[in-house]
Design a protein around this ligand. Structure first.
Ligand code: BUJ
Length: 652
């Protein structure tokens, strides 16, 4: 009997030739990039350590807007003290250590520590979610069909990545010139040690792909004090959660091929039809615990004889969650995908692909191993593949299930473990009950309109956030906008400090009765916001922010038991108390996403500005915050800007 691969080869011919790939000779691959996945990795530039003086200057500029004149003069003195005493030595040491660690970046270690040493639960505090756009063909939106197609696409992605033929991730500044076959043919001839420079010559910036190694087969393991990341790339099974039960089955066969879609479908169908009642002791909720507590319980689980079941979870390619939820509005959808009811998520897993009863799908990911760029690439490819190349259809007959194929993981739970699960459930329930979620979809103007006005769309969104918060609270606060530094070897993220003296000026012009600025003056001030913000974003993306540098210097100072005044100053704590924690993304594969607030009195703000809509998806903890109030203020501020852009004074 011909294997699936042989059948493919005899019938497929050249059907999968695409512009940038050679003929795909294997049905298990998404494509066969002519430039190897790791082609640029070796020659990626190293993340620069900014000059100490630049960091101090940028730090002061961001502090000015959130502090009173008196506080600010204290901060200036602390910075001056740092520059003349501890700063230069600490900086010198940081540079020297960095020179000895050319394989990585100076932020990589501190950033892993930031995540892995945090003892707070990962749910609400770290794991974000991003929801796939619905499949364009409604007939394919059933839980079973979509889950099967997405699992097949995921495995094709994994195999393409591991075969080193996944197109390398490149940021094209001038796509017309560099997103071309000519570019690819040119760069692939360059030796790996210099390939980056060839791309750079075309104004194309290859991105770091080191995180992709942990995208599959990995998990975060709770340990006392600091967790660790575990990976076993040999494992071939998928973990499936349903009703708090755990199942596994192989999705890669013994030859290394993707298991047939009909068989994957049959196994999922078997799990969906399993009529045992929801688990009485849903162990998964332990992953939502405080990390030290979870570390203790995990030790206990192992002693009680559960080590092989835990290994099956830890090593699985990823976790597929089949939920019973049927959310009928975006806020319920967000709640379901951000935290669910706690019993059906293994939040430590590299990522969870969650599908609800309506066939809506999302990725909820553990954040320590990687950032949005890698996860978004996975989502883009899976969305593209699963909505274009269907592997199972509404009329597909699932293959016969071999009863031994699907393993239901059994756990031995003593009374201590049962108590621990009950406690974890109740603390999870009270934490998620304290969270509020609200969204805004705004259509009066969109990205095109902002571009026509010659403003930067992201800068306008950040200005709107500042205006809304100022309208609500009459002050300016620590604001964090996430910016990728994946253009550098082992880069992670840098912070754009989006509250600036320029945004303050516009907020006061529009929202204080004190000023009576003309439309032209307001427009000029908004223009200034746009250019200041665009400059900050550019600097952050080039590793020229101040946050990561100061973090590294502070860590070093702690190691030697000193705390320079700059880190004792109230303003340092204030700017790191990110009341407005923001992040954005743009992709046709993603319709909504979100994350929790990072402080008790703050907001977690996911936002997007697209060709057909502006959207905000926000979380916060009442009563210290008021999310629906912020949503109203955002809508009001967008209306104000619309008036101004049309040359009219905003309505008071
Ligand atoms: O900055 C970092 O190092 C990582 C950040 C951390 N934080 C979330 C706290 C800022 N992580 C990310 O930025 C990843 C977040 C991924 C989710 C992004 C959600 C964007 C949602 C856009 C859609 C909103 C549209 C709503 C329409 C009603």
């Amino acid at each position: 009997v011909a294997t699936r691969k042989e059948k493919f080869l005899s019938t497929a011919g050249n059907q999968r030739i695409c512009l940038y790939s050679t003929t795909t000779s294997d049905p298990d691959f998404l494509h066969e990039s002519i430039v190897p996945t790791d082609h640029f990795q070796k020659s990626l530039p190293r993340l620069p350590i900014p000059k100490l003086e630049d960091t101090c200057e940028r730090y002061l500029r961001s502090q000015e807007v959130i502090n009173s004149a008196e506080e600010f003069s204290q901060t200036k003195a602390a910075v001056q003290d740092f520059l003349s005493k501890d700063g230069p030595d600490l900086h010198k040491e940081l540079v020297a250590t960095d020179k000895q660690n050319k394989h990585t970046s100076y932020v990589s270690g501190p950033w892993f520590d930031m995540y892995l040493a945090d003892r707070r639960p990962v749910v609400l505090n770290h794991n974000p979610f991003m929801v796939f756009t619905d499949d364009p063909q409604p007939g394919y939106m059933t839980q079973l069909i979509r889950a099967t197609n997405m699992v097949v696409s995921s495995m094709r992605f994994m195999k393409t990545l591991r075969a080193n033929i996944l197109e390398p991730e490149v940021y094209h500044l001038d796509p017309k010139t560099s997103d071309t076959l000519k570019f690819r043919k040119f760069v692939r001839l360059l030796p790996k040690s210099v390939s980056f420079y060839g791309a750079y010559w075309y104004k194309a910036f290859p991105l770091d792909m080191s995180q992709y190694g942990n995208l599959f087969n990995s998990t975060r393991i709770p340990r006392k004090g600091r967790d660790e990341i575990f990976r076993n790339a040999e494992a071939r099974h998928l973990l499936v959660l349903r009703n708090g039960h755990f199942y596994t089955f192989d999705v890669i066969d013994e030859h290394g091929d993707v298991v047939s879609p009909e068989k994957i479908m049959a196994n999922l169908d078997h799990i969906l039809k399993d009529n045992r009642p929801p688990s009485d002791y849903p162990l998964a909720v332990l992953t939502a615990e405080d990390r030290n507590r979870w570390a203790d319980i995990r030790e206990h689980l192992i002693k009680a004889g559960n080590s092989s079941a835990l290994s099956a979870i830890d090593s699985a390619v990823f976790s597929l969650v089949l939920d019973n939820d049927m959310p009928d509005n975006p806020d319920d959808l967000s709640r379901s995908f951000l935290h669910g009811n706690g019993t059906n998520r293994w939040l430590d897993k590299c990522f969870e692909l969650i599908l609800n009863k309506k066939g809506q799908a999302c990725v909820n990911f553990e954040h320590s191993w990687g950032d949005g760029v890698a996860v978004l690439r996975y989502m883009n490819e899976v969305y593209k593949d699963s909505s274009k190349n269907k592997y199972v259809h509404p009329d597909t007959v699932p293959a016969n299930v071999d009863p031994n194929d699907v393993v239901h993981l059994e756990f031995k739970l003593d009374s201590n473990l049962k108590d621990a699960i009950r406690e974890a459930e109740s603390s999870f329930n009270s934490r998620v009950k304290s969270l509020d979620v609200a969204h805004l979809q705004y259509n009066t103007f969109t990205k095109k309109f902002v571009k026509e006005q010659k403003f930067s769309p992201d800068s306008v969104m950040q200005l709107v956030i500042q205006m809304a918060y100022y309208r609500q609270y009459g002050k300016f606060v620590g604001t964090y906008e996430s910016c990728s530094t994946a253009a550098f070897k082992h880069g992670r993220t840098e912070t754009v400090r989006a509250a600036t003296m320029a945004t303050k000026k516009v907020c006061e012009m529009i929202l204080c009765n004190k000023t009576d600025a003309s439309i032209d003056e307001i427009r000029a001030a908004i223009k200034e916001c746009s250019s200041v913000h665009s400059q900050l974003t550019k600097e952050a993306a080039l590793g020229q922010g101040f946050d990561r540098h100061l973090l590294a210097l502070r860590n070093l100072s702690q190691e030697i038991g000193r705390t320079p005044a700059i880190f004792q100053d109230q303003a340092y704590a204030k700017i790191n108390h990110n009341i407005l924690s923001t992040s954005t993304l743009a992709s046709p594969a993603v319709v909504i996403g979100g994350f929790g607030p990072v402080v008790k009195d703050g907001y977690g703000i996911g936002y997007a500005i697209e060709d057909d809509r502006i959207g905000f998806n926000i979380t916060s903890y009442p009563p210290d915050t008021n999310v629906s109030g912020l949503i109203d203020c955002l809508a009001h501020s967008l209306d104000d800007l619309f008036e101004i852009f049309q040359g009219r004074q905003p309505k008071k």
